[in-house]
Design a protein around this ligand. Structure first.
Ligand code: ADP
Length: 658
């Protein structure tokens, strides 16, 4: 066995010493240390010593106690006070316990007596100082990294807020313009702005998510979640997009499913929307099915989801790559589909954090199957049911807690049976019904209504009728300046039809055969201002009054317009002080919509002030970035809305007030 040579440590050493003999002795001590390759710099006074130390290039400083008229202690103190991290070893001629203690107290790494110095003692002091230096450097590096991360987080939070606020205005005002009756000619262009704005928002969300994942800052918040509600919500949202693309979307359960699961519902929703949306995006004809089941994996029962499409498929060699960030199989596709290639990477990461895994199988030209699992929490005792997506609206005949609507709906259809069926469902809610058998009769009825200063709250317009069809009738009705909602009914759902029809002036599209749940969705949407629970039994409700606390003038104005369109009165406060002034006058608003980023106060502190002084209020936090959502643990905060605020989000707040 050969003797391994000891590794040699390199070290830059500064010696502050006014005596040349002592310099020579110290240098030879250093040269005797075979394990150290030292590079010695010698200075003779404390001014030069401090200057060299400040330049910061030394691993160790050897400092003589007696420097002419001065003591090395004052240099030591100055160096430590100036934040110099180089370890300093004090050298002195005589042993002096008092001095020793003082030097260590001032922050010296060690204290050596020149006359007693052995090679071993010197080597130990150097070794100790070097490891202390290494430790210190690591600590400084860690602090710097933490500070970097903190400022990156602050920057991202700020950026997110700064981007969401103008996006709120872009999306909100475009939606308002689309709803107004002065913009028929500009509908296609407005739809382009709206779609691009939404796209920008989803890119922003993806980039923020990814940066949170890389910084290990993404936290999940598992909570008891109704699986049926979660799936119904996703289905309602994406079914429209599927229909627009001429595709069928189905959701079903393979085994009975737990009614309640414990997951981060927002994140699970995000994964499902991403996968289903991809399936729609990459499928030209056919269908998308979503299947759910529970399966025993090792020690745990897991919840599985399978999304199957009949689309373009993914080439075998790229199957594993698609979960890496920024991956798109662009060259394989004949046309650009948009997206940053982040969705699957984020979904895979989220799924892993939800305790599951994701897998994909695909055949080019035939379609793709994405399967993933999540940990649903403890479901051993949970009640289980097959999944049913028909919204349970209860008994519509007017019993407790049913949907009660007011207003009048004009049903335009050439088929008497269909008119009767829709009428039956509508009348069951309490709303009134009128009929027209064709386009010409519909135009005449609308004109007649308008002439007497009235309007229909909703027109359900079949597209295919003999004579004047639904399209021509709607165009003619819109030409008279009539701006109330018209919803198209059609059996021929083709790709792009929704866009075509909204360009003609329709507000929405329903596919035939129309189901009760679809019809109720539309009724609730367009007759929403009149909904009330029967146990309130009031149709004559005093207008709600909200306080909007928002410093951005445009965002505030938009919020007020949206609230007004929902029949809600609002008062505006631009700052925390204005907010407190308004509360001092009225004491209670139906809701306080509060942006946390105010110029004169921390939003969380403002919530505490409101809770303390006006505890009867309920606050909805309006937030520019997700972390704010849990910003306040206050009991008066009911929920938080992430910017951009949509009319739909405000509508859901309004519904909780009644
Ligand atoms: P993107 O935002 O580009 O859709 P994703 O990470 O969601 O990003 O998807 C990455 C790529 O994987 C897509 O650009 C597409 O090439 C491919 N891909 C994802 N889902 C499907 C699917 N259902 N069918 C075909 N290709 C898909």
């Amino acid at each position: 066995m050969t003797n391994q040579p000891k590794p040699v440590t390199q070290a830059k050493i500064l010696l502050v010493e006014d005596d040349e003999d002592d310099y020579i002795i110290t240098r030879s001590h250093l040269e005797d240390l075979t394990s150290l390759d030292s590079q010695l710099t010698w200075v003779t006074n404390s001014v030069e010593g401090l200057q060299k130390l400040t330049e910061g290039n030394f691993d160790i400083c050897l400092l003589d106690y007696q420097l002419g008229a001065e003591t090395g202690l004052s240099l030591l103190k100055q160096a430590v006070d100036n934040g110099i991290s180089t370890p300093i070893i004090m050298l002195t001629g005589q042993p002096d316990k008092q001095l020793d203690l003082q030097a260590l107290e001032y922050g010296a790494a060690d204290f050596l007596v020149k006359s007693e110095l052995s090679e071993a003692r010197f080597a130990r002091a150097i070794r100790y100082a070097l490891s202390r230096r290494e430790f210190e450097l690591e600590r400084l590096n860690r602090l710097r990294l933490e500070a970097d991360n903190r400022s990156k987080d602050r920057f991202l939070a700020h950026l997110s807020h700064e981007l969401r606020t103008p996006l709120s205005s872009i999306l909100g005002y475009t939606e308002l313009l689309l709803e107004s009756n002065h913009t028929e000619n500009a509908r296609p262009e407005l739809n382009i702005i709206l779609n691009n704005g939404k796209h920008l928002l989803s890119l922003l969300n993806d980039i923020l998510d990814l940066s949170r994942i890389t910084a290990n800052k993404l936290e999940l918040r598992p909570e008891p979640t109704s699986l049926r509600h979660l799936m119904l919500d996703i289905y309602t949202l994406l079914r429209v997009t599927a229909i627009d693309n001429g595709l069928e979307l189905t959701v079903s359960s393979v085994t009975p499913l737990p009614v309640l699961i414990t997951v981060d519902g927002t994140r699970l929703r995000q994964v499902l929307i991403n996968l289903i949306y991809n399936a729609i995006k990459f499928t030209d004809t056919g269908s998308i099915s979503v299947e759910l089941w529970v399966q025993q994996d090792a020690a745990k029962e897991m919840l599985y989801f399978r999304i199957t499409d009949t689309g373009v498929g993914i080439p075998q060699r790229q199957l594993k790559e698609i979960f890496a960030p920024f991956t798109q199989i662009e060259d394989y596709l004949t046309r650009k589909k948009g997206g940053a290639g982040l969705g699957l990477a984020i979904s895979a990461e989220l799924i892993q954090r939800m305790g599951g895994y994701i897998d994909v199988a695909s055949e080019e030209g035939k379609g793709s199957v994405f399967t993933f699992s999540v940990d649903p929490g403890d479901i051993a005792q949970a009640q289980r049911k097959q999944l049913s997506l028909e919204p349970s609206l209860g008994n519509v005949s007017g019993a407790h807690n049913t949907l009660t609507l007011t207003g009048e709906v004009l049903i335009v259809d050439d088929l008497a049976d269909l008119r009767k069926l829709s009428a039956h469902w509508i009348q069951a809610t309490g709303a009134l019904v009128d009929f027209a058998e064709n386009g010409a009769e519909a135009i005449a009825k609308v004109k007649h209504k308008v002439a007497s200063g009235k309007y229909y709250d909703l027109i359900l317009m079949d597209l295919h009728m003999p004579g004047i069809g639904g399209r021509e009738a709607t165009v003619a009705i819109r030409e008279t300046g009539y701006g109330y909602p018209v919803v198209a009914l059609t059996a021929a759902m083709a790709k792009g039809i929704r866009q075509q029809l909204t360009a003609l002036g329709f507000n929405d599209v329903l596919s035939k055969p129309i189901t009760k749940s679809q019809l109720y969705r539309v009724l609730r949407c367009y007759l929403a201002g009149h909904t009330a629970l029967t146990d309130n039994s009031t149709t004559d409700i005093a207008p709600l009054h909200f306080l909007v606390v928002e410093d951005d003038t445009e965002a505030a104005e938009l919020m007020q317009i949206l609230l007004q369109s929902l029949g809600v009165k609002s008062t505006l406060a631009h700052s925390a002080e204005e907010c407190m002034r308004e509360l001092a006058l009225l004491h209670r608003f139906d809701r306080i919509l509060l942006d946390l980023g105010l110029p004169d106060s921390d939003g969380v502190q403002l919530i505490e002030r409101i809770e303390h002084n006006y505890p009867d209020n309920i606050v909805i936090v309006v937030s520019g970035h997700e972390h704010d959502v849990a910003a306040s643990g206050s009991a008066i905060v009911q929920q938080s809305l992430l910017k951009p605020i949509t009319k739909q989000a405000l509508h859901s707040v309004v519904l909780t007030c009644r």
